[in-house]
Design a protein around this ligand. Sequence first.
Ligand code: NAD
Ligand code: GLY
Length: 369
Amino acid sequence: MIELVVKTTNSTYPIQIGDDLLFNLDQQIATIPHSDKWTDFLLLSNETVFPLYGETVVQALQKTGKTVHYYLIPDGEQYKTWDMANQVLSFALEKRLSRQTALVALGGGVVGDLAGFVASIYLRGIPFIQIPTTLLAQVDSSVGGKVAVNHELGKNMIGSFYQPEAVFMDVSTLKTLPERELLAGLAEVIKYGIIWDQEFFNFLNQHRTPILAGDLTILGKVLERCCAIKAEVVGIDEREQGLRAILNYGHTVGHALERATKYQRYRHGEAVAIGMVAAALLAEDLQFLATEQTNTIIESLQAWGLPIKLPPIPFEQILEGIAYDKKTRGSNITFILPTEIGKVRIISGITPEAIKTALARMDVDSLSK
Ligand code: NAD
Ligand code: GLY
């Protein structure tokens, strides 16, 4: 088992990465400071993940001698809402759960973000534990304390910064993950290489075949490197006052595409892959990034089988989505632009014309997807 530590201004917590962690959760939880004071658990999962891993997790939690309540939400991004959070809060109140109840999130980013948000506001905050089961949740959403629900006007608009007590990631849960979800998670993995670590970017490209085949040993190494990078960035800038924004590479256009296609067409990572292409071309146009490096980024994303073409939607719709980007201030648009593979800069004052020019260089996908 590998253990990393996330250290922010007000909290320090472990990320444990292993291949049989779910069975030994009771022992891992016993190592969390003050967990002996917890009286019970509320396990939050969804209708897909719970049948796969719920029984194992419930049994492991029961070994602590504490009561385990559980609540299942339907599967899908469309349920990451205030309404669903309210249903979980009502359940917690009806069960008279207290500040000594620990909320355990078992699932992908949807479950983790919703559970963390509920934990952050229930009785003004209760402890919570992340057990991410998708690649995307393991390398990104479960670490760093961004928790939120969606609003009809935008994704993740209602939320908090609220760190978990611990993150337990069992790489063997990836065995049941659909291929498309694995690939979508890999977009965020490749992102870490482009923004922070060229050697890791090369490592990924060299190990493409075993990674795509779901080799758990290599995937364990991938989780370790991504989480170490995320822990470092979040440790420096928990509340995204500066550096943390670099984790948003590819997300300015990516989020806008998800929004413009009503969250139906793309998995989050797929939209981010297209957004990374757009940001690389923009960086090249603005002379931050050499053409050869731009081509390497685009060719690599393509070789992984990630989408690199724009959907056939008007530019104005994409621009409207960019206006809702959390980095946008009034009409001042900010992009994370690579300057070489392994390094990015946060650049404000990007004009709509520059974005339009970069997007015009991209191929457009057919309607039929
Ligand atoms: P998801 O939670 O919808 O999971 C994807 C699908 O995989 C779902 O159908 C889920 O039921 C299924 N699944 C999960 N684990 C499985 C397993 N082991 N085996 C089989 N199926 C499994 O999506 P996601 O990609 O994990 O997360 C996306 C969400 O994460 C979005 O809401 C996004 O906004 C959020 N996010 C948050 C952050 C953050 O910092 N908090 C970062 C990135 C993304
Ligand atoms: N997923 C981006 C962040 O955690 O800041």
